[in-house]
Ligand binder design. Sequence first.
Ligand code: NDP
Length: 326
Amino acid sequence: MFKALVLTQEGENTLANITQIQESDLPEGEVLVDVAYSSLNYKDGLAITGIGRIIRHFPMVPGIDFSGVVNESADPRYKKGDEVILTGWGVGENHWGGMAEKARVKADWLVPMPLTCNAQKAMMIGTAGLTAMLCVQALQDAKITPESGDILVTGASGGVGSVAVSLLARLGYKVVASSGRVEQNSELLLSLGASEVIERSELEQDSRPLEKQRWAGIVDTVGNKVLATALAQMNYGGAAAICGLAGGFALPTTVMPFILRGVSLLGIDSVSCPLDKRQAAWERVIELLPESYYQQAAQTIELDEVAAYADKIVNGQVTGRILVKV
Ligand code: NDP
């Protein structure tokens, strides 16, 4: 028997309880992993609180990402003792996830642990960090360079946002961090490399179709009015990498930034991102993220604290990354 956080549904309510389960309860897959760490992402918050209707069938073990050691493998690519990372592929949504001492998954979903990383660091990065890297790479692919101008990061104190600030600063970009918690988090955001921190409310209002040009690039984790305003403020030829909906899934914009300023919208998905791109992004984020990030912007919680932190993350009260020690 081993420990798992198990979600069940009672009427309209999703319940989260630490439960003892056994290997035979786990879903099918070629690789059994002894999980070392999972992490708490916004999507986990939506799943665990039941707010997001992320989970379609119960009982479910949440945890959209994990790191650990292979215990058993029926796939030649992995053998007992190999360290691995998993993010995405619907794990923790429709396949039992990382918030249990063991997980059984498809070999195709795993990424071998990069040599310069370990289980703890991998989940301090986690889905959020991987996604931040994919956003930054998308801006680079769109030829947005440090010379192009300022880069706006929205939802900057969150997981994706804080990693994006660090990565962009490390690459020499001038980063403007937008946050709803300037007073609480500006010191952290400046120390992660932001040049300036602005109030979310500055962007969270009805905007004109085109406003004064401010941004060469955007990493957006928030959506809705914040993104719409930022798009109206894009420089000619700018690009926005958009990955999130922490402020809502609407996008009340017009065609004007796109047809008059040649602005590009770059959609970012980490869940089904192909393996070669995923592995390259992992290598790169590990290489770029400074040691200070892990010390400043990641905290560790235990499995029995996850439900309380899930409430916090959906209410925008979490800063940086939350590592879950399984
Ligand atoms: P976090 O909760 O860690 O960060 C989100 C941040 O958004 C918060 O810290 C807060 O930052 C800001 N925020 C919170 N509530 C609101 C609100 N009501 N209006 C505007 N801003 C708000 O989440 P993650 O970093 O894990 O994820 C961020 C988003 O990206 C989520 O929507 C998530 O689903 C999405 N995502 C998408 C992925 C993909 O593959 N496309 C992968 C990973 C995440 P502040 O206080 O600084 O304003």
